[in-house]
Design a protein around this ligand. Structure first.
Ligand code: UGA
Length: 437
């Protein structure tokens, strides 16, 4: 089929490349001419494993191209996917729908008769119905996306479910044709109305956030009671009804999705007269974990971080990503900087984005450079290379061997055996902790 994908960020660029991989002819559309030029040349302007290979292969093979012209896209496509961002509004918790509305307006103006406009962006419930009413000439459908950054290609090509929010059999038929290959391979499909399709996405992200905040609340209890949240999580996860996923305690969730989706959902529910106070609690617990890392940093530095050289390992909101939106690591780094610490950040992929957003923080070009002379190390994004750091070698680089593991993945016994004062969220102070030099 001939498809267009409007918006070429993490979601859109991945969707466009994966639709080409499924055998469709695809045109990606973006108002950002630099992004279009990069993608046309087969380059992906952000970090997403496996995506660059797909884009390069399909642009070279002619199945995938990119443009800034809605006119060209409208003339080309039978089905248009809208994949633009819905950030949090500057004036509150609701979602900013400016980009979604302008993308629908622009493509609806140029779409051919009979074209299907499919929203994939995460939107407040009721948006699809509003767009359908506004664009009577074209048909609208909603097909939410569940991909995770870092696994975007795999999640798109082998989705764990597809959801079609449709009003007609024709729209369902067109979407079934688009996704014929994964459906043929057995991907579960839920066909439903607009409102439910929109809600599936916000409910899914809210549930995942709730799981993380639940285990982080348990971490708070462990801290108070002397328990170990890692063991607690391991034991809870053995119960199939609970499951292991999203039960990792630590500095909490960040990124461009979970935090803002949670707030937008609670906000929208309130507009509808439903009190989702549960989600406000989930948000509050999450934000408290950042405070806890700062409290541990102060404690390890003898009450204040003023003037302390702090190495922050991690800037991305999670490993395998260069995305720093609402990153817990950078939030903590910036707050320590405001408290007078001398902060040096290192991240394997997110340095450029971090520098742009927080130009006043210090940056190192390697883990070793970040560690050299540090009085405190904060491990805040669990990149595999940080886990592989040898605590003995690291102890020789720093000025004082003190570390906070904000992701609960480092081996406390190994670090303390190498002479480190070691603190993790939700974990007791390790026995036999090394004496400070
Ligand atoms: C999330 C959802 O997982 C996707 O299903 C959804 O499609 C996407 O949002 C979206 O709305 O577009 P993503 O933001 O890429 O995906 O990242 P996740 O892997 O969900 O991680 C979110 C945050 O939770 C990260 O900061 C991560 O470090 C944290 N996390 C995750 C934990 O603190 N503990 C866990 O056990 C799992």
């Amino acid at each position: 089929m001939r498809l267009t994908v409007i918006g070429t960020g993490y979601l859109g660029a991945t969707h466009a490349a994966c639709m080409a991989e499924l055998g469709h002819e695809v045109v990606g559309v973006d108002v950002d001419a630099d992004k279009v030029a990069a993608l046309e040349a087969g380059r992906v302007p952000f970090h997403e494993p496996r995506l660059a290979g797909l884009v390069a292969r399909h642009t070279a093979g002619g199945r995938l191209r990119f443009t800034s012209s809605y006119e060209e896209a409208g003339a080309f496509g039978q089905v248009h996917f809208v994949c633009v961002g819905t950030p949090q509004r500057r004036d509150g918790d609701g979602a900013d729908l400016t980009c979604v509305e302008s993308a629908f307006d622009a493509i609806a103006r140029h779409a051919r008769k009979g074209a299907l406009l499919v929203g994939k962006s995460t939107v407040p419930v009721g948006t699809a119905a509003g767009l359908a009413a506004r664009h009577g000439r074209v048909e609208v459908a909603w097909n939410p996306e569940f991909l995770r950054e870092g696994f975007a290609v795999v999640d798109t090509l082998r989705a764990d479910r597809l959801v079609f929010g449709v009003r007609t059999a024709r729209a369902e038929r067109l979407l079934r044709t688009v996704y014929a290959s994964p459906l043929g391979a057995g991907t579960p499909l839920v066909v439903t109305d607009f409102a439910t399709a929109e809600l599936v996405k916000t409910a899914a992200n809210s549930f995942l956030a709730t799981k993380i905040s639940f285990i982080n609340a348990m971490a708070e209890v462990c801290e108070a009671a002397g328990g170990d949240v890692r063991k607690l999580s391991e034991a809870l996860g053995c119960d199939d009804r609970i499951g292991r996923a999203f039960l990792r305690a630590g500095v909490g969730f960040g990124g461009g999705c979970l935090p803002k989706d949670l707030r937008a959902f609670a906000h929208r529910a309130a507009e509808l007269g439903v009190d989702l106070g549960l989600l406000r609690q989930v948000d509050a617990i999450n934000m408290r974990r950042r405070d806890r890392v700062i409290a541990l940093a102060r404690e390890l530095c003898g009450g204040t971080v003023l003037g302390a050289r702090v190495a922050v390992l991690g800037a991305a909101f999670k490993p395998d990503s260069d995305d720093i939106r609402d990153s817990p690591a950078l939030n903590v780094a910036a707050r320590l900087d405001l408290d007078g610490a001398d902060v040096t950040v290192y991240d394997p992929a997110a340095m450029d984005n971090a520098r742009k957003a927080f130009p006043l923080l210090g940056y190192a070009l390697s883990v070793d450079e970040a560690l050299r002379g540090a009085e405190l190390v904060l491990h805040l994004t669990e990149w595999p290379q940080f886990r592989e750091v040898d605590p003995r070698r690291a102890a020789a680089l720093v000025y004082r061997p003190r570390i906070v593991d904000g992701r609960g993945v480092l081996d406390a016994a190994r670090w303390t055996a190498a002479g480190w004062r070691f603190r993790a969220l939700g974990a007791p102070v390790p026995a036999g902790e090394g004496e400070e030099r």
